[in-house]
Design a protein around this ligand. Structure first.
Ligand code: PLP
Length: 352
């Protein structure tokens, strides 16, 4: 159903579906710290199976998933390699450094893909006592700050091979891993087959109110469970929100193809609006990067002009802003956004 306000700021703005609300209301629960919440156990089993991993762990957020994921496979004084504009390095309050004593190091990437030689060169000589110990390579898929770029199976496998050859483990921040898999027509399990640890967010394209899942081998997840407890993430009747995740894994993954088609169609329309620049070919999943290049409006004016017409988009950084499609944005709303964009740039009068 279309609503008056169109919110394209993020896929995190989505509200739980009717079937999620029903499942949450009737969820069987228990004390999850005792391992006794049947709905949490079901979610963790289902998630592990979908990702082809031995075990999984429910966490409160993507940030907690990355934090616990990194801390469970590093030691104080280790060095973790991550993309320069990765979420982990930029938007998680330095948690792995503050809480884990881990040093983060930025390694250049091309839309989420590290050069294999660069990985080899970045790994430090473990026998030289001047150096932190390189121990973990962190990927992101899809890459948020690269307009939702989806990293392929071939690139993922190659990066994992290069890391493993030097004894590093590989973590993927898969906040939107299902977008990555669906957009490329591969199973999530195949996409992360060579990965040691993977997170996904329930609260983004899957539409759940909260929660993230971390998956990997059983020993790793046992260690992660201890770290989750340490950072205050051991919950009790968390089946209440895990129930939404169970529904999401059944109902919300395949339909992401609709979000991707809507993003492509919206991007194509925006690319035809004078004063906006959009690289439609770079729109691979549900994120569109729009650059405002107009004599009549700055990016701030454009965002404010859209907001005044009930269309919310991401805050601009520089000339560029982000629009994200999700299950509460429908194809029928694309012309509404396009018309609002023209008005915000002063191309048509407000009454038109
Ligand atoms: C790629 C990526 N990783 C991690 C996160 C963190 O998720 P959360 O907001 O649930 O902590 C986000 C959130 O936007 C994200 O886009």
């Amino acid at each position: 159903m279309t609503s008056a306000v169109i919110d394209l700021r993020s896929d995190t703005v989505t509200h739980p579906t009717a079937s999620m609300r029903e499942a949450m209301a009737s969820a069987e629960v228990g004390d999850d710290v005792f391992g006794e919440d049947p709905t949490v156990n079901l979610l963790e089993e289902k998630a592990a199976a979908i990702l082809g991993k031995e075990a999984a762990l429910l966490l409160l957020s993507g940030t907690m998933g990355n934090l616990v994921g990194v801390l469970a496979q590093t030691r104080r004084g280790d060095e973790v390699l991550a993309g320069p504009n990765s979420h982990l390095l930029n938007y998680e309050a330095g948690g792995v450094s503050v809480l884990g004593g881990v040093q983060m190091r930025a390694l250049a990437w091309n839309r989420g893909v590290f050069d294999i030689d660069d990985i080899a060169h970045a790994i430090r000589d473990p026998h030289n006592l001047h150096f932190a110990r390189s121990s973990l390579l962190c990927l992101e898929n899809t890459v948020n700050r690269e307009g939702g770029a989806a990293v392929s199976v071939a690139d993922t496998d190659a990066m994992c091979g290069a890391a493993r050859a030097h004894g590093l483990r590989v973590h993927v921040d898969g906040a939107r891993i299902f977008n990555a898999a669906v957009s490329q027509g591969v199973t999530p399990a195949r996409l992360v087959r060579e990965i040691d640890s993977v997170t996904f967010c329930m609260s983004k394209g899957l539409g759940c109110p909260m929660g993230s899942v971390l998956a990997g081998d059983a020993d790793f997840i046992a260690e992660a469970r201890r770290w989750r407890k340490m950072v205050g993430g051991g919950l009790r009747q968390s089946g209440i929100f895990a129930a939404a995740g169970v529904v999401a894994l059944d109902e919300m993954i395949d339909r992401m193809a609709i979000d991707h088609a809507n993003a492509k169609a919206l991007a194509s329309g925006l690319a035809n609006v004078p004063g906006l620049r959009v690289d439609v070919d770079r729109v691979q999943t549900n994120i569109i990067m729009v650059t405002v290049d107009s004599p009549t409006a700055s990016s701030e004016d454009f965002v404010a002009g859209l907001a005044s017409q009930g269309v919310k988009v991401g805050s601009p950084y520089g000339d560029t802003l982000r629009m994200v499609t999700h299950y509460q944005f429908e194809a029928a709303q694309i012309p509404v956004v396009l018309k609002a964009a023209e008005r915000a740039l002063g191309l048509v009068t407000v009454a038109a």
